[in-house]
Write a protein that binds this ligand. Structure first.
Ligand code: NAP
Length: 266
């Protein structure tokens, strides 16, 4: 019988996760059916319970249920305990629900694969929603020189830094910064509907700053801005999507699928 996994969220229709996981399964010789499940706030917990009661192997969770997924779990990884959000669920042998968040490790692995250095670098994370919450500590653990967060609502940036033990600055999008950043990561959802993103003045150095947008599959206004300001390299979020998915797959099946080759800065 096929193993069953799924992505639960709202919306889920345009997700690339089924294709990715079917590709991993084929490469690993695993018979997998990976579905998408559209849930509502009042049906999410029951959807998770029904999926596992019916023998489901693993769930990915996306917007807007990552925090709810973390609350449902009996046991959580350090990543989930730090950021309070989960994107990967599975049952242990005793039938207890476990949760992990692979977004942060996925982003760090993706940046490593692009040959983007983190240690000793000046990093600006733009956005303070669920994705920023999930990646902040793994980025911090890469020992950057500084890790600042800029957000339309700067109080949310300050809350992430305080909650996760950072020392960086919380900036507003119209602030002026003293020195440019080596890496600027867009973790806002502004690119999804092509809205222009205002950024702190002076944050990019032509020829030196690398820009990464978590949105994938399109050239966002942030990526266009980075290109027109001669960023050293510009990446979309596809590599992060693949890397977080590889880590989720490894949680469910105990085998890490091979990684594709990504474009590098070199
Ligand atoms: P979220 O919790 O809804 O947070 C949205 C963030 O975007 C907030 O910081 C919000 O600012 C900001 N924002 C939205 N519209 C904006 C605008 N017009 N101008 C400036 N800031 C704006 O969403 P999320 O879960 O963090 O996801 C963020 C993005 O990351 C989404 O596009 C998602 O698809 C992407 N993502 C990609 C991957 C991947 O694997 N590639 C993984 C996870 C997430 P306020 O706080 O001021 O409202």
């Amino acid at each position: 019988m096929s193993a069953r996994c799924a992505l639960v969220g709202n919306p889920v229709a345009h997700s690339r996760s089924p294709d990715l996981h079917h590709g991993f399964a084929q490469a690993c010789g695993i018979d997998l059916v990976y579905d998408t499940i559209l849930a509502e706030a009042h049906t999410f917990a029951a959807t998770v319970a029904q999926f596992f009661a019916a023998g489901g192997r693993g769930l990915n969770v996306t917007v807007p249920f990552k925090q709810r997924a973390a609350e449902l779990a009996y046991a959580s990884s350090d990543a989930v305990q730090l950021c309070g959000a989960a994107n990967t669920l599975w049952l242990d042998a005793q039938g207890k629900l476990h949760a992990d968040n692979t977004d942060g490790r996925g982003l760090v692995n993706a940046l490593n694969a692009h040959a983007v250095a983190l240690a000793g670098k000046r990093i600006l994370l733009v956005g303070a929603g669920g994705a920023a919450q999930g990646v902040y500590h793994p980025l911090l653990a890469s020992e950057p020189h500084c890790l600042d967060i800029a957000n339309r609502t700067p109080e949310k940036a300050a809350a992430i830094i305080a909650a996760q033990g950072g020392h960086g600055r919380a900036l507003a999008l119209n602030d002026i910064v003293d020195a440019p950043y080596d890496l600027i990561i867009n973790a806002t959802s502004s690119g999804l509907d092509n809205r222009a993103l205002h950024l702190p003045t002076g944050c990019l150095a032509a020829g030196r700053s690398v820009c990464y947008d978590m949105v994938y599959g399109k050239t966002t206004p942030f990526m266009h801005w980075a290109q027109t300001h001669a960023a050293a390299a510009v990446f979309d979020g596809y590599s992060m999507l693949v890397e977080q998915a590889r880590l989720s797959f490894a949680q469910w099946f105990g085998v890490l699928p091979g990684a594709p080759t990504y474009q590098t800065t070199g």
